[in-house]
Structure formats: C-alpha cells, structure tokens
Design a protein around this ligand. Sequence first.
Ligand code: NAD
Ligand code: UFG
Length: 351
Amino acid sequence: MNHILVTGGAGFIGSHTCLVLLKNGYFISVIDSFINSSKKSLENVLKILKKNHIFHEKIKIYEGDIRDTELLNKIFKYSRENKLEISSVIHFAGLKSVSESIQNPIKYWENNVAGTLNLTNVMEENNCKTIIFSSSATIYGLTNKTKFKETDPISPVNPYGTTKFVIEKFLETIYSSNLENWRIANLRYFNPIGAHKSALIGESPIGLPNNIFPLINQVAGGILKELKIYGKDWPTYDGTGIRDYIHVMDVAEGHLAALKFLSNSKPKIITINLGTGKGTSVLDLVKTFEKVNKIKIPLNFVDRREGDVARLVADNSLAKSLLNWQPKMKLSEMCLDGWRWQLNNMNGYND
Ligand code: NAD
Ligand code: UFG
C-alpha cells in the first residue's frame, strides 16, 4: 500500500489532490492546523467518493501543526506500527497571503520555513525521503518575459515568495547532502482557480480574498459590489495584468504525475512549472466568466497593486515531457466550475 502524508491537505489545492490520490488507490494521512481551511473540505471529498466505506478507511486526519515534532513523529510511528509506512510527503502546508507576509514576515518565515525544516527533519529520522513541495511562480519576480522556464532567474519581491525560494534552496541542499536517498519535486504553481465539478470542494477564503477569482465569484454572488482592476496601463495587449490560470484539478493531477515520476526514478531533485502556458488578461478572464455564466461583473479601474507584475505565464514543456502531464481544462471550464462552487456555497464551507 502506498501511503502519502499530505500536509495542508484540507486546503484549496490539498483537498482536490487528496481526492485524486484516494481515487488512484493511495492511502493518505493529512496533517492540517485548519488555520486557513475547514474540516468540511475532507468530509466533502469523501462525499464525492459516494460515501464508499473503502475510502473512509484510506484516510486519516490529524489536526495539528507541522512545527509540532512530537505529533509528526507520532504519525510516522503509528503508520509504521500499522504496516502502512509513509513512503512520500506532499507538502502544501503554508501561509500564502502576499500582503500579510509584507506586514508580518516573521510569521511567514516561522510557519513556512521553520515548518518545512521541522517536517524534513522528522522525515529523515523516519527514513521517508520523498517530498513534493508547493512552490510558486511568484518567485520569478519582476521581469516581463513572455514565458518563464524553470531555469530562469529567480528574484522574489515579497516575503511570501522569499520563503518559497528559500525552501527550494534548502531542499536542494538536503538532496546534495545525501545523493543516494532523496527524491524531491518543487512544483511551481501559476494561478490555480476553479473547483471540482461536484461543487462540493473549492476555494473558501477566510476573510476578504486577495486573489482575483474568489473576488470575481463574490462580485457575481452580490457579496461585493464591484471588481477592482489593478491598473489599466500595464504593457500588455489590453493594459491589464496577464496570468496563467490553471484549473485546480489539473494542478491536483500534476501532483499524482510527480509522485509517480519520483517513485519510478532514481533519487533526484526536479523543479517544475505547473501552468497551462496560456496567458489571460484580467479583462479576458472577466469576459469569459461573464459569457459562460451569463452574469455581469461591475468593474472599477484603480491604481496598480504593489508587487504585481505585468505578465506571468509558464513554459510548461518540462512538466509535459518529464511528468507526461497535460493540463486538460479550458478557461471556460475553470469559470463554470468555479462559479458553480460559489453558487452552491455562497459562504464557502461556512454555509
Ligand atoms: P490553502 O491556504 O487553502 O491551504 C494551505 C493549508 O495548509 C490550509 O489548510 C492551512 O490550514 C494549512 N496550514 C498552514 N500552515 C500550517 C501549518 N503550520 N501546519 C499545518 N497546516 C498548516 O492554500 P492553497 O491555495 O491550497 O495552497 C497550498 C500551497 O500551495 C501553499 O503552500 C501555497 O503557498 C502554495 N501555492 C498556492 C498558490 C495559489 O494560488 N493557491 C499558488 C502558488 C503556490
Ligand atoms: N487583480 C485585480 N484585482 C483584484 C485582484 C487581482 O485586478 O482584486 C489582478 C492582479 O493585478 C493580477 C491578476 O489579477 O494581474 C492576478 O492576481 P492574483 O492576486 O489573483 O494572483 P497573483 O498572480 O498576484 O498571485 C497568485 C497568488 C500567489 C502565487 C501566484 C503564482 O496570490 O500566492 O499567484 O503565480 F504565488
């Protein structure tokens, strides 16, 4: 039995990945502090799997923090004693608000960096040396390249991005220290949006969202009056920022592909972009949302937001060739699925 420890598995990307893992026969243990998620997300993952009792036996959920050494050791020990040794870790747990990280960098270094140090330390002690880490395209920084390759220069522009970059570097040093053992994948996500088609799991931000898609959803749902567009003078075809939006289910499938790749390969470290390779402007995202969902989104152009870049689009050729992974979902499906989730859960998991 392949047993995966998923840190932050109750979150937006984590819950969709847990669904994919369970569907593909994995046994999973989730550790989550629920600092930015709800217990309902994993309950709903099981609902999607039709209350099949086989799946209930394949998931174990631990409420706790990845900085809690004792708890992590307990999870590994319990798994070993039950002949379900953890073979790999998928590491989503982390804080992700750029603005909060600017106001409170210590919290981000403490949670993201110290948390990862503790996790890898416990992994090493328990002889588990395969990890997939949630990195971010935000680390490419303030250059306006057409598409970003994994080998392009890194220059994070905020503390959140710096923690991701530092963790990537830290994982490289672990790999180099023990070339015969570690299998590591840094996955740099671009802009995951949308939700599972069931509308049972999706993005449920706590407080006012920062990211564009949950904001569009809240405007569409009448929670917010208008969408503020940050800048109309960017050097792009319509003056608004361009991003590489990717369906969260495609991101989840990317983890399965990375897991399979690492399990079948010699010890190595890989760094891979997960994006579609297609750039979409803010205005085009809004237009697509309006068209497929037949809802008008009132707009208000305001000044640029600090720390934004004009364009951030993936060169995803490495993911395609190495992982044999292809993003399958179009922008229209992201907008349909994302709005269906919102419509069925106006207050996220708090409904
Ligand atoms: P999320 O906030 O929905 O999920 C993160 C989960 O980790 C939450 O369930 C939270 O409660 C948990 N968590 C946080 N700190 C923890 C800790 N110390 N111990 C235990 N649990 C903890 O975020 P997400 O969008 O699902 O993102 C998952 C990962 O991907 C994060 O590391 C994030 O930085 C990274 N990422 C996200 C995006 C994005 O746009 N969503 C883009 C690039 C990278
Ligand atoms: N935008 C608006 N109005 C809003 C919010 C966003 O116009 O109210 C614009 C931004 O200026 C940008 C685009 O919409 O052009 C996307 O912004 P998001 O905040 O949704 O996403 P970012 O690309 O800024 O950052 C996100 C995550 C990061 C992650 C990064 C990876 O917030 O954590 O994607 O590409 F690292």
